[in-house]
Design a protein around this ligand. Sequence first.
Ligand code: UDP
Length: 364
Amino acid sequence: MSIIAKLEDYLNLSQELISAMVSGNFTYRTPRKELMQKILVTGGAGFLGSYLCEALLERGETVTALDTADGEKIDHLLSNPCFRFVRGSVLDFDLIAREMKGADMVFHLAAIADPKKYVTHPLKVLEIDLVASIEIFRLAAEQKCKVIFSSTSEIYGRNPNVPWKEDDARVLGSTAVNRWCYSTGKAACEHFLYAWAREAGLRFVTYRFFNVYGPKLDDLGHGRVMPVFLKQFLNDEPVTVHGDGKQTRAFVYVDDAIQAMLLLAFDPKCEGQTFNIGTSRETTMLELAKIMKKVGNFSSEIIFQPHKEVYGESFEDIPRRVPDVSKIKKFVCWEGTTPFEEGIRKTIDFYRARKHAAVTEVAG
Ligand code: UDP
């Protein structure tokens, strides 16, 4: 065993970091009392994952991001000696077992979370969001690794009594409607966590996210509503509000969400608990389109498009989705503070600049 490998074992630090320290090529950033932790982030090259990895590195942790994505969103982290990117799938159980070995904490974010895919690829959604998670929880329980699980506001389904508290009822449709496979998969994961905690002492925290948004969310024109609207606005095309546009969401800006994630993950009193991460500002999709139009100074017209045209028959939209955020406030004094218009402006600026850069590159 080399000295570096022995040190790695003894100090529980990565080989890369020890090599960097030995060679003097190392900047000490955040003063910390305790030893840094080895953290695995599944989905670490995705939207939330990329911000989370950056924040964990700033805290002084040693981070491995595992993702099937190309790593574009974490490109700027690759030179950090405390960071590793492993390209691979959570369905590769050998890989997961290797990467979880020695980890103190796993942030399990890898999932398919695109409503269109619940309808078109329900099997893939269940395999990635449920089957892979079960294996990760099993390994974590075996290795005494703390699990920080990314669940969803979809858990509550279409319960009409908003705002939803964490222990409110789940109101879902038939299993014949593919739309619910995501909610059911995530809820089963939450059950597994409670079961592992009860029967094997697994330490965990569950987050239920409510429409997190910000720069780098999805590719323009794909995924969640904002990048879809933005592509239409930036191309001066009609903006397609689904249905009557009265359905609501409560959006939370990514920087706020990341702050909440860190507070909850590292506070022992939050272990074994589930938290809504969101804001209580309820916005209809028609309002969202109008706010984006105003903030971005766009000129697209806003039109209405039936849900069926986009999602087919096997879909049901959630009419109102609003969290009760009193629990997270009580536990860690957190509240999303970024004003909506400011978050929207930052998001628009990011996508506008990216589109401009792409156009310039093609022209050049
Ligand atoms: N939506 C819309 N126009 C679009 C895309 C989405 O009106 O072009 C609506 C969608 O029908 C839903 C809301 O925006 O009511 C949020 O959709 P998203 O895909 O962001 O995810 P969800 O919050 O439903 O999980």
